[in-house]
Structure formats: C-alpha cells, structure tokens
Design a protein around this ligand. Structure first.
Ligand code: IYR
Length: 227
C-alpha cells in the first residue's frame, strides 16, 4: 500500500527530498557548479556513434522539467538517418545564408564575430544525432478537440536546459542551433500542426582536437542581487 492522501479528490503521494548537512550542501553545490562551468557549446563533432539508449536517457531527463499545468508540451525528434541529416543541413544552410547576408544587422553580426560562426553547418551531418525539440502550441484530445497549453516557451526552454545538462553529464557535447525561421524542420519531419520547431541540438562526442572561444561567465556580483 503506497503512502498517499486525497486532496479535493486527487491522489497526492508522499514526497521526500534528500537533505544534507550544511557542510555537505556546500561541497555538493560547489562541485556541481564546477562541473556545470566546464560545459561549453561545441561546433566540432566526431562522427563516432553513441548508443541510442544514452540518447533515450538524456531525453527522459529533459522530460523531467517542470511545465505549465504539467502538460509537458514537447516532442524530441531524434534524427540518426544520414539522408535526413543532409536534407536538414541543406535547408538550414539556405536560411543561415540569408540570415548572415540579409537578416542580421551589423550590430548582431559584430556581436557574433568572436564566436567564429558562419552559414556553414557541417556539424548537422557530422554529429551522430540531431535532436530537434518541438513545442506544442496546443494539444488535440482523443476526439480531435483543441486543448490549451500554458507557458509553453518557458516550459520547453526549461526542458532544453535539462537536456543540455544531461548531454554534458554523459560526456557528450552539443550546441543550441537556431536556424531561423525553422519551419522547414516541421515540414521535413512531417510534424502535426500543433508543433513548432523550438531548438535544434546536434549531439555527439567532440572532435579529437576542438577549440572553443575564450568566453568568460559574468561574475556573481553582476548576476545576483541579494535583498
Ligand atoms: N543562428 C545562427 C546565428 C547565431 C546567432 C546567435 I544569437 C548565436 O549566439 C550564434 C549564432 C547560427 O547558428 O550560426
């Protein structure tokens, strides 16, 4: 018999968060930060394969994120097929060429200079997997009637954060790629009309020799205000 109560007729199960001594908490929070601070966005991938079970675990982790009314308004499309990856790369590069030459203004292009990005997206073919995250603007119930979702961008953004962290935890790398507009992904992957492409993440091992820009994270004084 499980430990539960009814609140307004709805089952609530007993929840117990594991707690630590203050000393353990200090050590754990510090080492978690140090581990998180090692993560970098990487654009150079090895083509070495990764077991699909690892990708499945990463996606299950992403789906533990909180969401508006617990609607979990997301689909994670995993692309391993080489032909499909090529099709996505070609379509992304069409948009990216337009973005770099027409859509992004001088300030934006200038802000990106130190990252060394351009319209070439070869990583979309090299990485063993592409995870394309779709947000559900709304749902269809079993009768085809539309149902609302809530805080969809916040929810899916949180799930993507969990996803990126899980990828880092597995010793793999990724990059938040946002070829804009992203409607081509809905067409190529034949997604239903309640789904909108949100983020594209290539996932795999980093290439043997990888360099990343020497960026710095803002110090605590800049990002935290204690009241
Ligand atoms: N989506 C483009 C451009 C780009 C935009 C931002 I904001 C970045 O931080 C990095 C790149 C691309 O992926 O190249």
């Amino acid at each position: 018999m499980d430990d539960h109560i009814l609140i307004d007729g709805y089952k609530h199960i007993c929840y117990k968060q594991t707690t630590f001594s203050e000393n353990e908490m200090l050590n754990k929070s510090k080492s978690y930060f140090e581990w998180a601070n090692k993560r970098r966005s990487v654009r150079n991938f090895s083509d070495k394969d990764v077991p699909i079970e690892v990708i499945e675990n990463i996606i299950k982790t992403a789906s533990t994120a909180p969401s508006g009314a617990n609607k979990q308004p997301w689909t994670f499309c995993v692309v391993k097929d080489a032909e499909l990856k090529k099709e996505i790369r070609l379509a992304a590069e069409v948009e990216e060429r337009k973005s770099y030459s027409e859509r992004m203004n001088d300030e934006w292009l200038n802000d990106l200079k130190h990252l060394g990005t351009d319209a070439n997206k070869s990583f979309l073919e090299t990485a063993p997997y592409l995870i394309i995250v779709f947000k559900h603007s709304f749902e269809y119930d079993s009768n085809g009637k539309k149902e609302q979702n809530y805080y969809v961008n916040e929810s899916v953004g949180l799930a993507c954060g969990f996803l990126i962290s899980a990828i880092h935890n597995a010793g793999l790398v990724t990059l938040t790629h946002t070829p804009s507009p992203m409607r081509f992904l809905e067409k190529i992957l034949k997604r239903p009309d309640n789904e909108r492409a949100f983020l594209l993440l290539p996932v795999g091992y980093q290439a043997e020799k990888t360099y990343v820009p020497n960026i710095k994270r803002k110090p605590l004084d800049f990002i935290m205000k204690l009241y």
